[in-house]
Design a protein around this ligand. Structure first.
Ligand code: MN
Length: 245
């Protein structure tokens, strides 16, 4: 049997460090995502950000993969959950957010499992009707450092896992250490989802909707930790890929 194909949402940046190409949009994806998928035994394919006016193309992309990995990225525009921008909202590009929501919509339509990382988890939450903290430290002060100063793959804080969750079944422990590269977070969880991992300050670090086609989100970056040598974080994604076989 062929290996499953996992489509990973690509990202867009505006070039600002190349005299010849400054101001141009460029597609990119951190290599760690591709390594995470290929080491799990699946074929990684990048799904490039596609204009929302060409939904049929996005639909075809999603139809041809076996599952979707929503990668991390910029902030999600709060207009998508009915809020105006607060002072500490970060950079966002609505075209990327719209693409993510199209991918999720077609994944739902064609029954493709979804694994969301960081912004990917937040996008799942917003798409299915939840809200976000636009900025944790100003809206929920007094907590942990979620925008870690340490090197990207290093552990930063703990996450408590819910028994009877996909995350717990993968790690086999109720407390794990994770890295943390986010200043936004899930605030009101979307209907039908369970928060299955939490930091000690209450911030949601993982969510799941497992009745039906699996939808799993983590707020940390397993691909970076796996790239840094964490076998547990590689196993986490391997356990997701195993659902496809
Ligand atoms: Mn965190």
């Amino acid at each position: 049997m062929d290996n499953p194909i996992i489509g990973i949402t690509g990202n867009l940046c505006v070039v600002d460090n190349d005299a010849h190409f400054n101001g141009m949009k460029r597609s990119f994806l951190n290599q760690d995502y591709l390594d995470l998928v290929s080491k799990s035994g699946a074929v990684p394919v990048i799904l490039p950000v596609t204009d929302p006016s060409r939904k049929a193309l996005t639909e075809q992309m999603v139809r041809h993969v076996d599952a979707v990995l929503l990668s991390g990225g910029y902030d999600i525009s709060p207009s998508f959950y009915g809020e105006e921008a607060l002072p500490h909202l970060g950079y966002s590009m609505k075209i990327i957010d719209s693409f993510y929501f199209d991918v999720i919509r077609f994944a739902e339509q064609y029954q493709k499992p979804v694994f969301g990382i960081c912004k990917g988890m937040q996008a799942l939450n917003v798409f299915y009707g939840g809200t976000l903290y636009q900025d944790i430290s100003s809206q929920k002060p007094g907590g942990l450092q979620h925008c870690q100063a340490a090197s990207y793959q290093e552990e930063s804080h703990k996450a408590a896992l819910e028994p009877d969750s996909f995350l717990f079944s993968s790690f086999g422990e109720t407390q794990i250490w994770v890295n943390s590269h986010h200043h936004q977070a899930v605030r009101i969880p979307a209907p039908g989802f369970r928060i299955t991992a939490r930091a000690s300050d209450g911030i949601a670090e993982g969510m799941e909707r497992m009745d039906g086609v699996p939808l799993i989100g983590v707020q940390w970056h397993p691909e970076m930790m796996a790239g840094g040598g964490s076998q547990e974080q590689q196993k986490l994604f391997g356990d997701f890929t195993a659902l496809l076989k």
